[in-house]
Write a new protein. Structure first.
Length: 301
């Protein structure tokens, strides 16, 4: 039986299955970032992950006749927009994010990265003409208070807080939010659009690797971690999440599972990477998640 013809109860079970699969993938990538960056430099990691993502996304598009037809019919303007979006994501976004993971503990970068949704609501004011209400302001205050708590707590715990790394992860949230604002007006099948973004970005990621570093010659372990990033951070997880939202009878039921991701991610960070959690990490994460919850439940944007 096709998913579209299934009963609402079965569709919701399928939606939960795809959603939990997505959450598991997202929760694993912070650990994969750090494992890969033990050997690779950020531009090298981006080049490998970008290439793997293009292969994965290309395969997903090629097996779908409607998507193949969509790619053939795209006007030149769509390709120019895809090139611009590709420079934003993956090039600029992941260079900044990987630099942050390379210079900061994962327990700092991973929760702070989740404030991109708050950055999106703030940028929607000047770019989309939306207005900030009390809920949006409260969400922003809670989330960025969590950033402050996390960033100030680690030095007192004996950790090293790299100012450039913190600036990089905050800048990455702005670029990610801008990417989705521009992408929302693209009018292209989402999977085709992401494939074009990553495909057009690949020569630029190669150039960045040659300019800032050198071509990578990773060990099997580092290559596996980088490939994991390409497959599960940049590739198939996008399709899993899309299916979860399309199958769910109520998108809010699966979107709420996103809040589980940073908690599971911290478990992997401590168990696999061996990072001891600072006393302020969990309170800071709670503030960030509180801000996101307020935004999701009460904000108008």
């Amino acid at each position: 039986m096709e998913p579209g013809a299934a009963s609402p109860a079965r569709r919701q079970r399928l939606a939960y299955g795809y959603a939990w699969l997505t959450v598991a993938c997202w929760a694993s990538v912070a650990t994969a970032f750090k494992l890969a960056l033990r050997e690779l430099e950020p531009p090298q990691l981006l080049l490998i992950a970008n290439a793997v993502a293009v292969l994965v996304l290309g395969a997903l598009v090629l097996v779908s006749a409607p998507r193949r037809a969509t790619l053939r019919r795209l006007p030149s303007g769509a390709h120019r927009r895809a090139l611009l979006l590709g420079v934003m994501n993956p090039l600029a976004y992941y260079l900044l994010l990987f630099h942050a993971y390379d210079t900061l503990p994962a327990q700092v970068v991973q929760p702070v990265n989740y404030t991109w949704a708050i950055a999106l609501s703030l940028l929607a004011v000047p770019l989309l003409g939306q207005r900030l209400g009390t809920a949006e302001l409260l969400a922003a205050a809670l989330a960025y208070a969590g950033v402050v708590v996390i960033s100030l707590g680690l030095p007192s715990h004996g950790g090293a807080l790299h100012p450039g790394g913190l600036a990089a992860v905050l800048a990455s949230t702005v670029i990610w939010a801008l990417y989705w604002i521009v992408n929302s007006r693209a009018g292209v099948d989402p999977l085709c659009g992401v494939l074009l973004n990553f495909g057009y970005a690949l020569p630029f990621t190669l150039g960045a690797c040659l300019w800032f570093s050198r071509l990578p010659l990773p060990s099997a372990g580092a290559l596996a971690a980088a490939a994991w990033v390409g497959v599960f951070e940049m590739g198939v997880t996008f399709l899993f999440w899309q299916k979860a939202l399309l199958l769910s009878v109520n998108a809010a039921r699966v979107s709420n599972l996103v809040f589980v991701t940073p908690v599971l991610s911290l478990a992997g960070i401590t168990l696999v990477l061996g990072e001891a959690l600072a006393p302020t990490t969990l309170p800071g994460l709670a503030l960030i998640l509180g801000g996101l919850l307020v935004q999701q439940r009460f904000a108008r944007t």
